[in-house]
Design a protein around this ligand. Structure first.
Ligand SMILES: [Cu+2]
Length: 328
Protein backbone atom coordinates (compact mmCIF):
# COMPACT_ATOMS: atom_id res chain seq x y z
CA UNK A 1 0.00 0.00 0.00
CA UNK A 2 2.76 2.39 0.95
CA UNK A 3 4.52 2.04 -2.40
CA UNK A 4 1.27 2.56 -4.32
CA UNK A 5 0.63 5.75 -2.35
CA UNK A 6 4.16 6.94 -3.07
CA UNK A 7 3.73 6.25 -6.74
CA UNK A 8 0.44 8.15 -6.70
CA UNK A 9 1.98 11.15 -4.95
CA UNK A 10 4.98 11.11 -7.31
CA UNK A 11 2.66 11.01 -10.34
CA UNK A 12 0.53 13.83 -8.94
CA UNK A 13 3.58 16.00 -8.40
CA UNK A 14 4.87 15.34 -11.94
CA UNK A 15 1.43 16.03 -13.42
CA UNK A 16 1.01 19.30 -11.54
CA UNK A 17 4.47 20.46 -12.62
CA UNK A 18 3.59 19.62 -16.23
CA UNK A 19 0.26 21.42 -15.88
CA UNK A 20 2.11 24.42 -14.47
CA UNK A 21 4.47 24.47 -17.44
CA UNK A 22 1.51 24.12 -19.83
CA UNK A 23 -0.30 27.01 -18.11
CA UNK A 24 2.68 29.33 -18.09
CA UNK A 25 3.42 28.54 -21.74
CA UNK A 26 -0.05 29.64 -22.79
CA UNK A 27 1.23 33.20 -23.10
CA UNK A 28 1.06 34.01 -26.79
CA UNK A 29 2.87 36.29 -29.18
CA UNK A 30 0.10 38.03 -31.10
CA UNK A 31 1.23 39.43 -34.43
CA UNK A 32 -0.48 42.19 -36.37
CA UNK A 33 0.35 43.67 -39.76
CA UNK A 34 -0.80 47.28 -39.87
CA UNK A 35 -0.22 49.82 -42.61
CA UNK A 36 -0.88 53.55 -42.54
CA UNK A 37 -2.64 54.62 -45.74
CA UNK A 38 -4.12 57.72 -47.31
CA UNK A 39 -7.76 57.39 -48.17
CA UNK A 40 -10.85 59.42 -48.96
CA UNK A 41 -13.24 59.36 -46.00
CA UNK A 42 -16.94 60.11 -46.17
CA UNK A 43 -18.41 61.26 -42.85
CA UNK A 44 -21.95 60.46 -44.02
CA UNK A 45 -22.07 57.96 -46.89
CA UNK A 46 -25.87 58.24 -47.15
CA UNK A 47 -25.55 61.99 -47.66
CA UNK A 48 -28.39 62.37 -45.17
CA UNK A 49 -29.18 63.19 -41.58
CA UNK A 50 -30.49 59.74 -40.62
CA UNK A 51 -31.39 60.81 -37.07
CA UNK A 52 -33.67 63.77 -37.77
CA UNK A 53 -34.37 63.37 -41.46
CA UNK A 54 -36.41 66.57 -41.76
CA UNK A 55 -33.58 68.70 -40.35
CA UNK A 56 -30.82 67.90 -42.80
CA UNK A 57 -27.20 68.40 -41.81
CA UNK A 58 -27.05 72.19 -41.63
CA UNK A 59 -23.54 73.59 -42.23
CA UNK A 60 -21.96 70.24 -41.38
CA UNK A 61 -23.22 68.68 -44.60
CA UNK A 62 -21.59 71.17 -46.98
CA UNK A 63 -18.76 68.82 -47.78
CA UNK A 64 -18.62 65.28 -46.51
CA UNK A 65 -15.54 63.69 -48.10
CA UNK A 66 -12.03 64.53 -46.94
CA UNK A 67 -8.56 63.09 -47.33
CA UNK A 68 -7.81 61.00 -44.24
CA UNK A 69 -5.01 58.74 -43.07
CA UNK A 70 -5.95 55.41 -41.55
CA UNK A 71 -4.43 52.34 -39.99
CA UNK A 72 -5.39 49.30 -42.08
CA UNK A 73 -4.90 45.71 -40.90
CA UNK A 74 -3.53 42.97 -43.18
CA UNK A 75 -3.49 39.18 -42.97
CA UNK A 76 0.03 38.84 -44.28
CA UNK A 77 3.54 40.22 -44.15
CA UNK A 78 3.29 41.28 -47.81
CA UNK A 79 0.41 43.61 -46.92
CA UNK A 80 -1.58 42.19 -49.84
CA UNK A 81 -4.77 40.98 -48.13
CA UNK A 82 -6.55 43.62 -46.02
CA UNK A 83 -8.61 42.36 -43.10
CA UNK A 84 -12.24 43.44 -43.47
CA UNK A 85 -13.69 45.27 -40.47
CA UNK A 86 -17.26 45.40 -39.18
CA UNK A 87 -19.07 48.49 -40.38
CA UNK A 88 -19.49 49.90 -36.87
CA UNK A 89 -15.71 50.31 -36.54
CA UNK A 90 -15.84 53.20 -39.01
CA UNK A 91 -12.53 55.00 -39.20
CA UNK A 92 -10.91 53.04 -36.34
CA UNK A 93 -7.74 51.10 -37.03
CA UNK A 94 -7.63 47.32 -36.59
CA UNK A 95 -8.69 45.95 -33.22
CA UNK A 96 -5.60 44.69 -31.39
CA UNK A 97 -6.34 42.08 -28.72
CA UNK A 98 -4.34 40.22 -26.11
CA UNK A 99 -4.59 38.34 -22.84
CA UNK A 100 -2.53 39.43 -19.84
CA UNK A 101 0.84 37.67 -20.18
CA UNK A 102 0.92 37.89 -23.99
CA UNK A 103 3.30 39.86 -26.16
CA UNK A 104 1.98 42.00 -29.00
CA UNK A 105 4.06 42.37 -32.14
CA UNK A 106 2.90 45.03 -34.59
CA UNK A 107 4.59 45.04 -37.99
CA UNK A 108 4.00 48.59 -39.16
CA UNK A 109 4.37 49.75 -42.77
CA UNK A 110 4.03 53.44 -43.47
CA UNK A 111 2.47 53.66 -46.95
CA UNK A 112 1.88 57.40 -46.70
CA UNK A 113 3.83 60.54 -47.53
CA UNK A 114 4.71 61.69 -44.01
CA UNK A 115 6.60 60.17 -41.06
CA UNK A 116 4.28 58.34 -38.67
CA UNK A 117 4.35 55.93 -35.73
CA UNK A 118 2.16 53.79 -33.49
CA UNK A 119 2.13 54.75 -29.83
CA UNK A 120 0.16 52.43 -27.52
CA UNK A 121 -1.40 53.40 -24.23
CA UNK A 122 -1.10 51.01 -21.28
CA UNK A 123 1.39 48.49 -22.68
CA UNK A 124 4.84 47.72 -21.24
CA UNK A 125 7.51 48.90 -23.69
CA UNK A 126 11.07 50.15 -23.82
CA UNK A 127 12.04 53.47 -25.40
CA UNK A 128 12.42 52.03 -28.91
CA UNK A 129 8.92 50.57 -28.81
CA UNK A 130 7.16 53.62 -27.37
CA UNK A 131 6.34 54.95 -30.83
CA UNK A 132 7.04 58.47 -29.62
CA UNK A 133 9.61 60.82 -28.17
CA UNK A 134 12.88 59.74 -29.75
CA UNK A 135 13.17 55.94 -29.68
CA UNK A 136 13.77 53.83 -32.82
CA UNK A 137 10.02 53.48 -33.41
CA UNK A 138 9.23 57.14 -32.84
CA UNK A 139 9.39 58.12 -36.48
CA UNK A 140 8.81 55.67 -39.32
CA UNK A 141 9.57 57.33 -42.64
CA UNK A 142 7.34 56.98 -45.73
CA UNK A 143 7.54 53.47 -47.23
CA UNK A 144 9.56 52.20 -44.24
CA UNK A 145 8.71 49.47 -41.74
CA UNK A 146 9.09 49.07 -38.01
CA UNK A 147 8.12 46.19 -35.73
CA UNK A 148 6.82 47.27 -32.33
CA UNK A 149 7.00 44.84 -29.42
CA UNK A 150 4.69 45.53 -26.51
CA UNK A 151 4.41 43.34 -23.42
CA UNK A 152 0.95 42.90 -21.96
CA UNK A 153 1.83 42.56 -18.29
CA UNK A 154 -0.41 42.53 -15.23
CA UNK A 155 -0.39 46.34 -15.17
CA UNK A 156 -1.70 46.44 -18.77
CA UNK A 157 -4.70 44.33 -17.83
CA UNK A 158 -7.96 44.82 -15.96
CA UNK A 159 -7.57 46.02 -12.37
CA UNK A 160 -9.49 44.52 -9.45
CA UNK A 161 -12.53 46.72 -10.10
CA UNK A 162 -12.47 46.42 -13.89
CA UNK A 163 -14.54 44.05 -16.00
CA UNK A 164 -12.80 41.10 -17.69
CA UNK A 165 -11.49 43.25 -20.54
CA UNK A 166 -10.45 46.89 -20.81
CA UNK A 167 -9.61 49.25 -23.64
CA UNK A 168 -6.50 51.25 -24.49
CA UNK A 169 -5.95 53.74 -27.30
CA UNK A 170 -3.19 53.60 -29.86
CA UNK A 171 -2.37 56.44 -32.23
CA UNK A 172 0.39 58.01 -34.27
CA UNK A 173 2.71 60.25 -32.24
CA UNK A 174 5.12 62.12 -34.52
CA UNK A 175 2.89 65.21 -34.65
CA UNK A 176 0.34 63.54 -32.42
CA UNK A 177 -2.49 66.08 -32.48
CA UNK A 178 -2.38 66.38 -36.28
CA UNK A 179 -2.17 62.64 -36.83
CA UNK A 180 -5.06 61.77 -34.51
CA UNK A 181 -7.14 64.33 -36.38
CA UNK A 182 -6.06 62.71 -39.65
CA UNK A 183 -7.63 59.47 -38.43
CA UNK A 184 -4.65 57.46 -37.17
CA UNK A 185 -6.40 55.98 -34.15
CA UNK A 186 -7.28 52.49 -32.95
CA UNK A 187 -7.77 50.50 -29.76
CA UNK A 188 -6.21 47.61 -27.88
CA UNK A 189 -8.47 45.40 -25.76
CA UNK A 190 -6.75 43.42 -23.01
CA UNK A 191 -8.52 40.47 -21.39
CA UNK A 192 -7.83 39.27 -17.87
CA UNK A 193 -5.68 36.13 -17.61
CA UNK A 194 -7.79 32.98 -17.89
CA UNK A 195 -10.84 34.84 -19.26
CA UNK A 196 -10.21 34.50 -23.02
CA UNK A 197 -12.47 32.47 -25.32
CA UNK A 198 -9.65 30.38 -26.78
CA UNK A 199 -5.96 30.63 -27.53
CA UNK A 200 -6.85 31.93 -31.03
CA UNK A 201 -9.50 34.35 -29.80
CA UNK A 202 -8.37 36.49 -26.85
CA UNK A 203 -11.73 38.22 -26.45
CA UNK A 204 -13.42 37.64 -23.06
CA UNK A 205 -15.66 34.58 -22.73
CA UNK A 206 -18.07 36.16 -20.24
CA UNK A 207 -19.64 38.64 -22.70
CA UNK A 208 -21.57 38.03 -25.92
CA UNK A 209 -20.39 41.10 -27.79
CA UNK A 210 -17.94 43.97 -27.51
CA UNK A 211 -18.22 47.31 -29.30
CA UNK A 212 -15.87 50.27 -29.41
CA UNK A 213 -16.94 53.88 -29.90
CA UNK A 214 -14.62 56.84 -30.49
CA UNK A 215 -16.29 60.16 -29.77
CA UNK A 216 -14.21 62.81 -31.46
CA UNK A 217 -14.68 66.10 -33.30
CA UNK A 218 -12.50 66.02 -36.41
CA UNK A 219 -11.36 69.47 -37.53
CA UNK A 220 -11.19 69.52 -41.34
CA UNK A 221 -11.05 73.26 -42.02
CA UNK A 222 -8.89 74.92 -39.36
CA UNK A 223 -11.76 75.42 -36.98
CA UNK A 224 -14.36 76.56 -39.55
CA UNK A 225 -17.73 75.34 -38.32
CA UNK A 226 -18.65 73.38 -41.45
CA UNK A 227 -15.40 71.42 -41.10
CA UNK A 228 -16.01 70.36 -37.49
CA UNK A 229 -17.22 66.82 -37.93
CA UNK A 230 -18.80 65.72 -34.65
CA UNK A 231 -18.34 62.03 -35.20
CA UNK A 232 -18.81 58.58 -33.69
CA UNK A 233 -16.08 56.39 -35.18
CA UNK A 234 -15.75 58.97 -37.95
CA UNK A 235 -19.42 59.09 -38.98
CA UNK A 236 -22.00 61.79 -38.34
CA UNK A 237 -25.82 62.07 -38.16
CA UNK A 238 -26.57 58.35 -37.78
CA UNK A 239 -24.34 57.21 -40.62
CA UNK A 240 -22.45 54.78 -38.39
CA UNK A 241 -24.19 51.41 -38.74
CA UNK A 242 -23.85 47.98 -37.25
CA UNK A 243 -24.19 48.32 -33.49
CA UNK A 244 -26.55 45.32 -33.49
CA UNK A 245 -27.36 43.11 -30.53
CA UNK A 246 -29.85 40.45 -29.54
CA UNK A 247 -32.25 40.81 -26.62
CA UNK A 248 -30.76 39.48 -23.38
CA UNK A 249 -27.16 39.56 -24.54
CA UNK A 250 -24.36 40.78 -22.34
CA UNK A 251 -22.82 43.62 -24.32
CA UNK A 252 -19.63 45.43 -23.43
CA UNK A 253 -18.94 48.96 -24.70
CA UNK A 254 -15.43 50.36 -24.86
CA UNK A 255 -15.77 54.14 -25.06
CA UNK A 256 -12.81 56.31 -26.03
CA UNK A 257 -12.45 59.98 -26.86
CA UNK A 258 -9.81 62.23 -28.37
CA UNK A 259 -9.46 65.79 -29.47
CA UNK A 260 -9.36 69.22 -27.96
CA UNK A 261 -10.95 71.20 -25.15
CA UNK A 262 -14.37 70.95 -26.80
CA UNK A 263 -14.15 67.16 -26.79
CA UNK A 264 -15.96 66.73 -23.49
CA UNK A 265 -18.63 64.20 -24.28
CA UNK A 266 -21.47 62.69 -22.33
CA UNK A 267 -22.22 59.39 -24.03
CA UNK A 268 -25.86 58.35 -23.70
CA UNK A 269 -27.68 55.14 -24.60
CA UNK A 270 -31.44 55.20 -25.04
CA UNK A 271 -33.41 52.14 -23.95
CA UNK A 272 -30.77 50.79 -21.62
CA UNK A 273 -28.59 51.33 -18.60
CA UNK A 274 -24.95 50.35 -18.12
CA UNK A 275 -22.78 49.33 -15.20
CA UNK A 276 -19.82 51.68 -14.90
CA UNK A 277 -17.45 50.35 -12.25
CA UNK A 278 -20.33 49.28 -10.06
CA UNK A 279 -22.32 52.45 -10.65
CA UNK A 280 -25.56 52.29 -12.66
CA UNK A 281 -26.07 55.00 -15.24
CA UNK A 282 -27.08 55.62 -18.83
CA UNK A 283 -24.58 58.44 -19.44
CA UNK A 284 -20.80 58.11 -19.37
CA UNK A 285 -18.55 61.18 -19.30
CA UNK A 286 -15.35 61.21 -21.35
CA UNK A 287 -12.62 63.75 -22.09
CA UNK A 288 -9.76 63.64 -24.61
CA UNK A 289 -7.87 60.32 -24.28
CA UNK A 290 -10.44 58.87 -21.87
CA UNK A 291 -10.84 55.09 -22.04
CA UNK A 292 -13.88 53.62 -20.33
CA UNK A 293 -15.43 50.15 -20.39
CA UNK A 294 -19.05 49.54 -19.37
CA UNK A 295 -21.40 46.55 -19.51
CA UNK A 296 -25.09 46.07 -20.19
CA UNK A 297 -27.55 43.21 -20.56
CA UNK A 298 -29.95 44.29 -23.30
CA UNK A 299 -33.51 44.38 -21.98
CA UNK A 300 -35.63 46.34 -24.44
CA UNK A 301 -35.96 45.63 -28.17
CA UNK A 302 -35.69 48.62 -30.46
CA UNK A 303 -33.65 50.86 -32.70
CA UNK A 304 -32.21 53.17 -30.07
CA UNK A 305 -30.27 56.41 -30.09
CA UNK A 306 -26.63 56.36 -28.98
CA UNK A 307 -25.33 59.91 -28.86
CA UNK A 308 -23.39 62.64 -27.13
CA UNK A 309 -25.67 64.53 -24.77
CA UNK A 310 -23.87 67.88 -25.09
CA UNK A 311 -26.42 70.07 -26.92
CA UNK A 312 -24.07 71.58 -29.51
CA UNK A 313 -22.59 68.17 -30.27
CA UNK A 314 -25.99 66.53 -30.75
CA UNK A 315 -27.04 69.27 -33.15
CA UNK A 316 -23.78 68.85 -35.08
CA UNK A 317 -24.42 65.16 -35.69
CA UNK A 318 -22.68 63.28 -32.85
CA UNK A 319 -25.38 60.63 -32.89
CA UNK A 320 -25.99 57.16 -34.14
CA UNK A 321 -28.23 54.20 -33.35
CA UNK A 322 -27.83 50.81 -31.75
CA UNK A 323 -30.21 47.94 -32.25
CA UNK A 324 -31.67 45.38 -29.86
CA UNK A 325 -33.26 42.59 -31.89
CA UNK A 326 -35.64 40.09 -30.33
CA UNK A 327 -35.96 37.74 -33.29
CA UNK A 328 -33.55 35.08 -32.02
CU1 LIG B 1 -19.98 65.62 -27.18
Amino acid sequence: MVSVNFRFIFLSVVLSILAGIALSSQAAVREYWIAAEKTAWNYAPSGKNLIETENGMDVWGETLVYQKYRYVGYHDKDFSRPIPQPEWMGILGPQIRAEVGDTIKVHFLNKTDRPLSIHPHGMLYDKDNEGADGGDGALVLPQKRFTYIWVVDEASGPGPNDPSSIVWLYHSHVMAEEEMNLGLVGTIVVTRKGMIRSSEDPSPHDVDREFTALYMIFDEEDGEESGLKHAVNGRIFGNLKGYETQLGEKVRWHIVALGNEEDNHTIHWHGQTVLHHGRRTDVVEVMPASMVTVDMVTRSPGNWLFHCHVNDHMMAGMSTRWVVDKSQ
